[in-house]
Write a protein that binds this ligand. Structure first.
Ligand SMILES: *[C@@H]1O[C@H](CO)[C@@H](O)[C@H](O)[C@H]1NC(C)=O
Ligand SMILES: *[C@@H]1O[C@H](CO)[C@@H](O)[C@H](O)[C@H]1NC(C)=O
Ligand SMILES: *[C@@H]1O[C@H](CO)[C@@H](O)[C@H](O)[C@H]1NC(C)=O
Ligand SMILES: *[C@@H]1O[C@H](CO)[C@@H](O)[C@H](O)[C@H]1NC(C)=O
Ligand SMILES: *[C@@H]1O[C@H](CO)[C@@H](O)[C@H](O)[C@H]1NC(C)=O
Ligand SMILES: *[C@@H]1O[C@H](CO)[C@@H](O)[C@H](O)[C@H]1NC(C)=O
Length: 473
């Protein structure tokens, strides 16, 4: 029953994402429209950073890592996590940890318990509104935080980022995010190639001096506005095909036609993705982003036939771009740690072997989901994102995550925190099946080989870590 129901409901979402998902077709800013100025001697790290194509902190490009930022948007389901895993599940960063990614989560059709699992795996959960609306009103943004906290046990302070559905945002959106205590937005486009002297491919910057991206797109923005000290923009960096500035590709570039052609051509896509990567890498090393709607590439979703060639193409790109060089081994924000909990402990904590058998199934007709935190009496809505719990006869209500316990150690059934403060393995292993593995195994065994020494540390990182890196250097 579940797959059938979800199928019917996701079809419209698929159509949406394939249509206007926030693509761009040309420049979204210009130096004139930006009217941006920022005094780097006053705007200093860690709290302030001017919009600049150069690496933060005055570092030379050869001293900064080449980040690949992998993000996913929309509902979290088994199908979308399978989809992401086919790109990231087998990979390692140079420090031996599994790559982390950022999931901009919207709640229609989300299976809450999988958000818990994905978060406890070490990934970042960010806000994408409750019901996927553009230029979102406050309750869409706040409701998402409240429902994710209540029904998935995601700590409020860990939800730091936002991306607007359809990349449709306004000056008000940014003000609302800053006021609500978010650290960053990632809805703006970098629409001019890094080889253009006026490129808008800025390293992440704080809005102390206003925005410098999307000045031609969003009313009332730029020329110093909006001034939001300490709030960051992480631009989405476009790829460019042979048409240069007139051939930008932003989200799901593999669904686009390249070079003005009328059909998708995976070789042409791979070619321009590699060319854009190389331009970033040999230039100022602005991050490269793979911004995905993973449902398109699901191999498990009934009725969706993701082309294998596209999946192989994306993996080929990642194989080619990712080379282990062992740099940044000791960089704390990119280290991975694993909660130490005996696998026989029955606790509903986002770790599949611990929580098996303890989940509640909440069979809302248009939106059945699972959660460890007790089914609500009605599906969450913007006017009531945290409805009262439905407590089955003979059971007691489940306890919601308190602010002083981490998700992996919280037992919502007993209402107890099992953490004593030193229950994480630290260091440079991911604590997984084979923490000492040091060799990188390409997805299909025939990825491009990149000569050793030509490429420095390249790895898949979490978008939050970009901010982290800046803070430390
Ligand atoms: C929802 O989560 C449950 C528990 O992990 C899982 O059994 C089920 O397959 C998931 N369904 C979807 C559609 O994500
Ligand atoms: C999904 O979103 C629509 C608005 O687009 C809303 O009317 C509906 O109630 C939502 N459904 C659920 C189950 O959240
Ligand atoms: C952005 O979203 C708002 C509200 O849904 C809508 O009225 C507006 O037309 C959208 N703008 C664009 C450019 O799609
Ligand atoms: C697809 O792209 C490749 C690489 O640019 C090109 O050599 C080939 O001719 C293209 N195929 C078609 C059918 O256009
Ligand atoms: C894709 O690959 C899988 C596994 O190798 C295979 O079962 C499936 O038939 C392939 N699908 C297509 C459309 O080629
Ligand atoms: C968390 O706070 C509660 C009450 O505020 C307290 O009883 C509990 O001991 C605290 N737990 C930890 C692990 O600090």
């Amino acid at each position: 029953m579940l797959p059938y129901v979800l199928l019917a409901l996701i079809a419209p979402l698929l159509a949406l994402a394939q249509g206007d998902d926030g693509g761009i077709s040309g420049p979204t800013t210009s130096a004139d429209a930006a009217g941006y100025s920022c005094d780097a001697s006053k705007c200093k790290l860690p709290d302030c950073n001017c919009a600049s194509a150069n690496p933060p902190g005055g570092l030379s490009p050869s001293d900064v890592p080449m980040f690949i930022v992998f993000t996913a948007d929309d509902a979290v389901q088994s199908y979308t996590l399978d989809s992401i895993n086919q790109f990231l599940g087998h990979r390692q960063n140079p420090n031996g940890c599994k790559p982390k990614m950022t999931y901009y989560t919207s709640l229609n059709y989300t299976n809450y318990t999988l958000v818990t699992d994905w978060y406890v795996e070490g990934n970042e959960i960010a806000d994408h509104t409750m019901t996927h609306v553009g230029d979102p009103p406050d309750d869409e943004v706040y409701g998402n935080l409240i429902a994710l906290n209540a029904l998935a046990g995601i700590p409020l302070e860990s939800i730091q980022g936002f991306r607007a559905p359809f990349l449709n945002y306004s000056v008000n959106t940014l003000k609302l995010l800053a006021k609500a205590g978010f650290t960053y937005d990632s809805s703006a486009s970098a629409s001019l190639p890094v080889t253009d002297p006026n490129t808008d491919a800025y390293w992440p910057y704080s809005l102390d001096n206003g925005m410098a991206n999307d000045c031609l797109m969003v009313e009332g923005m730029c020329k110093g506005e909006p001034k939001l000290p300490g709030f960051w923009e992480i631009p989405m960096y476009a790829f460019f095909d042979n048409l240069g500035v007139n051939g930008p590709h932003l989200m799901d570039p593999w669904l686009d036609n390249a070079n003005g052609a009328t059909k998708v051509n995976d070789s042409a896509t791979l070619e321009y993705m590699q060319n854009t990567f190389t331009a970033h890498y040999k230039g100022n090393r602005q991050p490269i982003g793979l911004y995905t709607h993973p449902i398109h590439l699901s191999t498990t979703y009934p009725g969706v036939n993701a082309p294998n060639s596209t999946i192989n193409m994306i993996n080929q790109f990642l194989d080619w771009a990712q080379v282990q060089q062992g740099r940044l081994n000791s960089f704390a924000p990119l280290k991975c740690s694993t909660p130490q909990i005996d696998s026989s402990t029955k606790i509903c904590n986002g770790i599949p072997q611990n929580e098996a058998g303890l989940l509640s199934h909440c069979p809302f007709p248009d939106f059945p989901f699972y959660t460890c935190y007790g089914c609500p009496t009605e599906a969450p809505t913007t006017s009531n994102p945290n409805p009262a719990q439905q407590v089955p006869d003979g059971e007691q209500a489940r306890f919601r995550l308190p602010s002083n316990c981490s998700t992996a150690f919280w037992d919502p059934i007993a209402g107890k925190c099992l953490c004593t403060g030193s229950d994480w393995t630290g260091g440079s292993t991911d604590g997984g099946a084979n923490p000492t593995a040091s060799s990188y195994v390409p997805f299909n065994g025939k990825g491009y080989s990149v000569p050793a020494g030509v490429w420095a540390a390249t790895f898949v990182g979490v978008v939050g870590a970009v901010v982290g890196v800046i803070g430390v250097f």
